[in-house]
Design a protein around this ligand. Sequence first.
Ligand code: COI
Length: 358
Amino acid sequence: SRWKSSQPQLDPVDRSDEEGGGDIDWDNLGFGLTPTDYMYVMRCTQEEGGFSRGELARYGNIELSPSSGVLNYGQGLFEGLKAYRRADGPGYTLFRPEENARRMQHGAGRMCMPSPSVEQFVHAVKQTVLANKRWVPPQGKGALYLRPLLIGSGAILGLAPAPEYTFMIYAAPVGTYFKEGMAAINLLVEEEIHRAMPGGTGGVKTISNYAPVLKAQMDARSKGFADVLYLDSVHKRYVEEASSCNLFVVKGGAVATPATAGTILPGVTRRSIIELARDSGYQQVEERLVSIDDLISADEVFCTGTAVGVTPVSTITYQGTRYEFRTGEDTLSKKLYTTLTSIQMGLAEDKKGWTVAV
Ligand code: COI
């Protein structure tokens, strides 16, 4: 018999707009999990054939069959996006949430799952922000990170798509992702472990892309690196991305980022940065193969992602040699960081129509 859970019950919580749920230290947020008040839950069963109306539930543990598709076969996707407290008035802004919705739809196709419509996704994100608004950090201190999940929650034994799916969103206030804060990071090129392969799932945000890279990441962290860079699994010569973010290299007046041909996660920040770099006068902004040689001979290297924002890279270690890159005020990454975050926080006019008001 199929897992059916009762409808979520809402407990009364303080939903005031007061900044500071409890005694949170807004100056030292980092990327730890601070539980918030509500999550959004929406289910989809085979009989119903799609997602019906979802609702807010008190944030907490969920009931899940031991035989659920997600637990047994990893049928799941996640997303990540941020809500910012506006600088120029009341309310909050989301950054390109439709892009996350579309990416989830694309990934759901690859993972044989139904997915919420773009409207359902964006509505759910807005509801989650409003229900947790007291957790949106003060201006300039960070953002409310939204984590949408789509999982095969139905029970199944043989390998097949699950008979029921659950879409959820939870929220947590976050600051900088890396423990280095805003400072430039050191990366290590990983030569043994690969993140993705042609025909695999590297280009979609499936949960199963992430646990397999923990080993490389943990080993590198123990040596003082913030993250690792993966090489393509065929030639072991082209740089793909880091465990948690995309990569850009700058040389002279040219900017390049690895092309997303199925093995690289098509980041929303990545796509936005490509556009902003073009707008800021760089004629040559290319999505192409980026070789190890391109990487180590670059003037400047930086990472992009929702969680990491735009993070400068100060050194990259490859085969025991450490290569250094330009960092600081007079860099493209700094300029793009400022442009991007100004749009996201409502400090600059959003000429692109990228922000969505909540
Ligand atoms: C994000 O940037 O939102 C991600 O999903 C990356 C994750 C590893 C934190």
